[in-house]
Write a protein that binds this ligand. Structure first.
Ligand SMILES: C[S@@+](CC[C@H](N)C(=O)[O-])C[C@H]1O[C@@H](n2cnc3c(N)ncnc32)[C@H](O)[C@@H]1O
Length: 218
């Protein structure tokens, strides 16, 4: 059995922490379980591409009354996150092994208090840009799903991805309330929750960009 297949099976062993789909669709069972978990919490935060979970775990620790949902496409990373959540007894953390672009099938209008997108793959060759997570379509879905006063927080080490996302946000009816192109020297560093990739970029001395945006009509 390849290691990828091994994790496809292992994600099923932690149903309290991981909901896993074998393909990229969202099954009725997965949706029902998510709805049930959402109904037990006052609020919900959603992290897209949550990786191995360092940020999601800290977020869940800091917000015990909020359900913190990670959407991660890679089985191994989803498993690692669920494993650590179980170890730490974090009952307000749930990771879905699925494509984050499924958010309109997972959440209801006005349900999400905050979206987090940390260091998404930059797809930096021009012909690859269509693969970027931060697309006009996904941003429009996020805006619909946000609760009044809700926010999107985005971090990247990629200056051009940062600038082009900011342009998409403004064109898409968002208001950028906080921004920095040097997170570690900024006033936002105190409240910053690091991620695995952030540690790597930091060790390479790269400046880190962060913004927080709200719907302009909220
Ligand atoms: C560069 S890594 C960053 C991981 C983590 N956010 C961090 O900062 O350490 C990008 C992550 O997004 C995940 N990913 C990429 N496309 C995705 C998608 N469409 N849906 C869910 N996860 C995705 C990758 O598997 C990977 O874990």
């Amino acid at each position: 059995m390849s290691w990828e297949n091994q994790y496809m099976q292992m994600v099923k062993t932690k149903p309290g922490f991981i909901l896993a789909e074998e393909d990229r669709s969202v099954s009725a069972d997965c949706r029902a379980e998510l709805r049930s978990r959402l109904s037990m919490h006052a609020k919900c935060f959603v992290e897209l591409g949550s990786g191995s979970g360092l940020h999601l775990l800290r977020l869940a620790e800091q917000h015990p009354a909020t359900l913190c949902v990670g959407l991660e496409i890679r089985f191994k990373r989803a498993f690692k996150t669920g494993e650590k959540a179980e170890r730490d007894g974090l009952e307000n953390l749930l990771v879905l092994r699925t494509d984050a672009r499924q958010i309109p099938d997972l959440f209801s209008r006005g349900e999400v208090a905050g979206f987090f997108v940390n260091y998404p793959d930059p797809w930096d060759k021009r012909r690859w840009r269509k693969n970027r997570l931060m697309s006009p379509e996904l941003l429009s879905h996020m805006r619909e799903l946000l609760a009044p006063g809700g926010f999107l927080r985005f971090k990247t080490d990629h200056q051009e991805y940062f600038a082009s996302t900011e342009q998409l946000l403004v064109a898409g009816g968002w208001r950028v309330c906080k921004r920095t192109t040097d997170l570690l020297s900024s006033e936002f560093v105190e409240s910053n929750i690091p991620t695995e990739f952030e540690g790597l970029f930091r060790s390479q001395g790269k400046p880190l960009c962060m913004l927080e945006a709200h719907s302009a009509t909220a």
